[in-house]
Design a protein around this ligand. Structure first.
Ligand code: 7TS
Length: 407
């Protein structure tokens, strides 16, 4: 282990106590001690129901929660805290936009545009909106390497396009979508853009104002924050005119027997007791990322991705999906192996102490489009080591032999 690797891993209690080579970071990341401490500290010193009580502890809990919102606002460079809504995860954020914006703005004759690479979380909500409103769901088809060249975009857009829902980075191919071009084409046609940043937010700096996206969703747990906290960013003017998604406590201004007026943004979209400890933990994860620096994280992830891809190249029976260039993988290396099922690969690697993901990765339309049905995915994060990647590559060299093939 290099001294840099040793220094980084010392921040992660699980990585220090468990010997697994954890290469399933696209599913969820590990948490540094500062995140665990921040949550514990909240419950030990500031716990009360935020936004409700007028006594000291409740005010302290509210302050912690609202400071976390400010940390998130700054992290994605939103113009106002009113544009930051805390949810449970990316899936809930996308459902919020679908139910609240989608159902109230789309109608028969309109088109919703998604890419064939979407995670089911950014597909099923739009299938629901299409079914309920009569709008048509259309697909942007990618090249086999996951790229979306101009001609593909032009084939997908039409004058009827009203909403584009696109993954920033594919959780299977690791490819980054051409967001600036998509936003420009969408806005020229009067369509809004929903960006699923679940796989990009942990790996690259995001500026929602520079990207000019209308909505953006991500999960805390993939960027080393707690599970059960997620974020929806939305432009204030859009959020302002949208109806609430969930109703109940906290999200009202006043209620009568038959009606209610709703609270101001962002509380209009945060019904019920909020996950304040989760928000505090997410803010600690963001501060940790800012301390390590995306430049350092990206440098390490690229070196590890290159090591993995170069290593797998020596095996003629392994086929990596997506681009040939490690720079275009965001740490995600998904592959098939001739004659060996991904579940068998995952089980063999597990017996070697290596955790990878096998299956359809909640992107079945992409699997069908690529004709691969099921794949194995190693997803790397900056805290992984060269030693772990070498062990993975070495194990991969044995999988066909272990299944009874002669090589
Ligand atoms: N969008 C993308 C691009 C994702 O990769 C995921 C989760 C989600 C949305 C949903 O996030 P959640 O926090 O609401 O669950 N992706 C994966 C994965 O690739 N393996 O496990 C979860």
């Amino acid at each position: 282990m290099t001294s840099e690797e040793r220094r980084i891993r010392a921040d992660f209690p699980l990585l220090m106590s468990d010997s697994t080579a954890y290469l399933d970071n696209a599913a969820t990341a590990q948490r540094p001690a500062c995140v665990l401490d921040a949550q514990r500290d909240f419950y030990e010193h500031s716990n009360a129901n935020p936004l409700r009580g007028l006594y000291g502890l409740s005010v302290a809990a509210t302050d912690c929660y609202e400071q976390a919102r400010e940390t998130v606002r700054d992290f994605i460079h939103a113009a106002s805290e009113r544009e930051i809504i805390f949810t449970r995860n990316t899936s809930e954020s996308l459902n919020l936009v679908a139910y609240s914006y989608g159902l109230s703005h789309l109608k028969t004759g309109d088109e919703i545009l998604v890419s064939i690479m979407e995670h089911h979380s950014n597909l099923l909500p739009w299938q629901m909106v299409a079914r309920q409103t009569g709008a048509e769901l259309k697909f942007l088809e990618c090249e086999p390497d996951g790229s979306l060249p101009r001609a593909r975009l032009e084939a997908g857009f039409s004058p009827k396009t009203r909403l584009v829902a696109i993954g920033h980075v594919s959780n299977v191919l690791g490819r980054t979508a051409p967001v600036e071009e998509i936003v420009q084409m969408a806005h020229e046609r009067g369509a809004v853009v929903v960006l699923d940043a679940a796989q990009s937010a942990p790996h690259m700096a995001i500026d929602v104002q520079a990207l000019d996206v209308d909505f953006l969703a991500f999960s805390g747990h993939k960027l080393m924050g707690p599970m059960g906290i997620g974020v929806l960013y939305g432009k204030e003017a859009l959020l302002e005119e949208m109806p609430p998604f969930l109703t109940g406590g906290e999200m009202i201004d006043s209620v009568t027997r038959t009606g209610a007026t709703y609270a101001e943004l962002p509380h209009k979209f945060e019904a019920g007791t909020v996950n304040a400890a989760g928000a505090v933990g997410l803010a600690a994860a963001i501060r940790y990322i800012q301390q390590v620096g995306f430049e350092n994280m990206e440098r390490r992830e690229l070196a590890l991705t290159r090591l993995a891809m170069d290593g797998l190249k020596q095996y003629p029976f392994v086929h990596v999906l997506g681009s040939d260039r490690p720079e275009e993988h965001c740490g995600i290396v998904t592959f098939t192996v001739d004659g060996v099922h991904p579940h068998d690969i995952s089980a063999m690697l597990d017996s070697d102490g290596i955790a990878v993901r096998a299956g359809h990765h909640c992107a079945q339309p992409l699997m069908q489009y690529l004709g691969v049905w099921s794949t194995t995915r190693a997803s790397l994060f900056f805290y992984n080591t060269e030693e772990e990647v070498r062990a993975f590559v070495e194990s991969m060299g044995t999988v066909r032999r272990r299944m009874g093939y002669g090589e």
